[in-house]
Design a protein around this ligand. Structure first.
Ligand code: ATP
Ligand code: MG
Length: 309
């Protein structure tokens, strides 16, 4: 269980009002009518937000999305964390799957126990996938990672079974419980990440403004194309621009290059650089409880991911 306080995993009525483009004084009445109860707090629980949005005609996706980039430090974990937590606030049922042995996503969600079962235990049939799922907060579950997953690649490649299905097949058993399954990955081109791609309906590739970012992105995209044709897959891919610094010429140049190169594959929203972000992953504190300006950036890309824009 993470250490988040209730208001850190609930969406505020004022955020819902601005999302639904209705005046703040009308949102409470709307919510009270749908939920058939008096609302005293300034926020709604994830299940309540879900009921309200379903009543308003919004539909939740049913997708497995992985975040991948062979280059390290591009904000994979930060993005998966803040998009997943925000999606849950909008009422989506979210499962995080941490498949990076560094386990930063698990730490950020308050899970630091090396003795917990992880994916390699499922692949080796020592544990069932259900035994790996941890409850974090309402609408948020996690399959954690730990250093024990560092042998996962070797186990996959030495296995007699079809290792490419090592992520997809176990997920099939629990997929029906979630709207979004979000997989965080290690910065690598590995058997594990190939198996992740095989399980994905969508791959998000974060890119940030540094010298080798574009090169890394192109290499990763060509690897994904190979996997797509080798396994006859139909996943979509999205590029997410992160750590954009409006004061830096290079940020503008790279963003422009991404717009020209990727057109529809580039997510419409992008994430600005912010010193406060560091604290969210390290401390497990929700970005949404603070005043960071990039709250709005992650809110927008979350809505894009949900199909709510
Ligand atoms: N928008 C941002 N502004 C400033 N710093 C950021 C931003 N997003 C992420 N960071 C910082 O960049 C570093 C790398 O972020 P993160 O761990 O999310 O990257 P990653 O791609 O998951 O890394 P790895 O490849 O090691 O798994 C962290 O210190 C994080 O706090
Ligand atoms: Mg990471």
């Amino acid at each position: 269980m993470s250490t988040l306080a209730q208001q850190e995993f609930c969406i505020t009525l004022s955020d819902l009002a601005s999302f639904m483009e209705i005046p703040p004084n009308q949102i409470k009445a709307k919510a009270e009518k749908t939920l058939q109860r008096k609302i005293k707090s300034p926020w709604l629980l994830p299940e309540e937000a879900r009921q309200l949005l379903l009543a308003e005609g919004y539909k939740y996706p049913h997708k497995v999305i992985s975040i991948q980039m062979l280059k390290g430090g591009v904000a994979k974990t930060t993005s998966v964390l803040n998009m997943g937590l925000r999606a849950a606030m909008y009422g989506a049922r979210v499962l995080f799957v941490d498949l990076d042995q560094q386990a930063n996503l698990s730490f950020a969600l308050g899970v630091e126990d090396e003795s917990l079962p992880v994916w390699v235990d499922v692949v080796e049939k020592k544990k069932s996938i259900d035994e790996c799922v941890r409850f974090i907060e309402p609408h948020v579950d996690l399959i954690p990672s730990s250093l024990n997953n560092s042998v996962l690649d070797r186990v996959l490649l030495n296995s007699n079974r079809n290792w490419s299905l090592a992520v997809k097949s176990p997920l099939e058993k629990i997929k029906h419980r979630y709207d979004l399954i979000l997989i965080d990955t290690a910065p690598a081109l590995s058997a594990t990440n190939t198996a992740v791609t095989v399980a994905s309906d969508e791959v998000i590739l974060p890119v940030n403004p540094d010298k080798f970012a574009f090169m890394g992105l192109q290499k990763n995209l060509s690897e994904l194309e190979d996997i797509r044709s080798d396994f006859s897959l139909e996943f979509s891919r999205k590029v997410l621009f992160t750590k954009f610094d409006g004061r830096e010429k290079f940020s503008h140049e790279l963003l422009q290059k991404c717009i020209e190169s990727f057109e529809d594959s580039l997510m419409k929203g992008y994430i600005r650089t912010s010193a406060e972000v560091k604290n969210t992953v390290r401390s497990g504190k929700s970005l949404y409880a603070g005043k960071s300006p990039i709250k709005a950036d992650y809110d927008f890309v979350t809505r894009e991911m949900l199909g709510f824009v």
